[in-house]
Design a protein around this ligand. Structure first.
Ligand code: KG4
Ligand code: ZN
Length: 337
């Protein structure tokens, strides 16, 4: 079976084609980052309109790259949530309509399931069970994954997601949008001895997170010091170190408490090299394993949706020819395969 995957949940239009035997045949992406940068964050209505403009040309491009005709496509997968409702509707409407016209099945994919299965596209994929650390712009979660669709949330952020905290701190420092990658670059010039930020919620039991305090700590530190390039870099580094250390402490705890010695890290923040270094050391000590997606599949992309959709279509998951998208969609309500 060959599946066309469509991702339009936020500010990237992603399209990919996944083949059951041959693996990923093509993957194309258009990022709206430049358009939203002017506003310092994603403007939902502009995002929807841009998906409308870009989606069909990208589908053509993905089909061409994969040397695939429409007769060869056996199913369509589109992101059905969680995400921006207008943006989701574009992918859902196009995906459903193509499936209707081509008389093939289509399935609505959970965006976070896409993220957490993305490392399966790599060599040496993780096996079940594993603990997933899902770190994106909208979510920070620890999930015990027993199988596809068997997701138990064992920890999550009570306020800001870690990606959101990166973005807000970067904005505060005047670094621009999107904040995560720029903050990481800025932190490279930082002096690690100058500031020490707290590790929120690590001094009490449990696996939940809280990141909004770190952003406030960054703001107070900024106001208490002379604002120059070095101060910005030092704050960026102190923030990143605290965020990474907090995530690492909870991962270590999750491995110890569940006895599951396999960690999967996914979502935009899993591209962060300080986080990867810290987790690589952690798993060595814990005699565990860690798996990440390749860098371009950490952030939003069509490949993870094509793959997750392929698994569900292949298992016979059938949905009637109507669509529903959800701005909110708890991942632990999915059907297990
Ligand atoms: O998964 P994603 O592309 O979109 C959501 O589903 O939210 O994640 C985007 C988030 C943003 O908050 C972005 O700043 C963050 O991931 N991010 C990073 C890095 N690359 C992306 N955060 C820290 N370091 C990075 N290198
Ligand atoms: Zn995402």
């Amino acid at each position: 079976m060959r599946v066309l995957g469509i991702e339009t949940s936020c500010d990237e239009t992603g399209v990919a084609i996944y083949d059951a035997k041959l693996g990923l045949l093509s993957d194309v992406l258009y990022s709206q980052v430049a358009m939203h940068a002017e506003y310092g964050g994603v403007v939902p209505e502009l995002a929807s309109r841009d998906h409308v403009r870009k989606l069909l040309p990208l589908i053509r491009e993905a089909m061409q790259q994969a040397d695939t005709t429409r007769e060869q496509i056996g199913g369509i997968a589109y992101t059905a949530g969680p995400g921006l409702v207008g943006a989701l509707l574009v992918g859902a409407a196009v995906g459903r309509s193509l499936a209707w016209g081509w008389q093939i099945p289509a399935v609505g994919v959970h965006h976070l399931e896409g993220h957490l299965l993305a490392p399966m596209l790599e060599e040496n994929p993780p096996s079940f069970p594993f603990i997933a650390l899902l770190v994106s712009g909208g979510h920070t979660m620890l999930i015990a994954v027993e199988g596809i669709g068997q997701y138990k949330i064992i920890g999550e952020s009570l306020d800001d997601a870690v990606g959101e905290a990166f973005d807000k701190t970067a904005k505060l420092l005047g670094l621009g949008y999107p904040g995560g990658p720029i903050l990481e670059q800025t932190a490279k010039k930082g002096d690690s001895t100058r500031f020490k930020f707290p590790r929120p919620m690590t001094d009490r039991p449990g696996l939940d997170f809280s990141f909004s305090g770190l952003k406030t700590f960054a703001m107070n530190t900024l106001h208490a010091n002379e604002m120059n390039e070095q101060t910005k870099a030092d704050i960026a580094l102190a923030f990143q170190t605290a965020a990474v250390e907090t995530l690492a402490i909870k991962c270590q705890r999750a491995i110890r408490e569940t006895g599951i010695k396999q960690l999967v890290v996914a979502g935009g923040v899993s591209a962060n090299s300080a986080l990867r270094e810290r987790l690589n050391t952690l798993v060595l000590k814990a005699r565990a394993r860690v798996a990440y997606p390749r860098l371009k599949f950490c952030t939003d992309n069509g490949a993870m949706i094509a793959y997750a959709g392929y698994l569900r279509l292949q298992a016979g998951e059938l949905e009637p020819p109507r669509f529903e998208v959800r701005a909110r969609w708890p991942i632990d309500t999915l059907t297990s395969l």
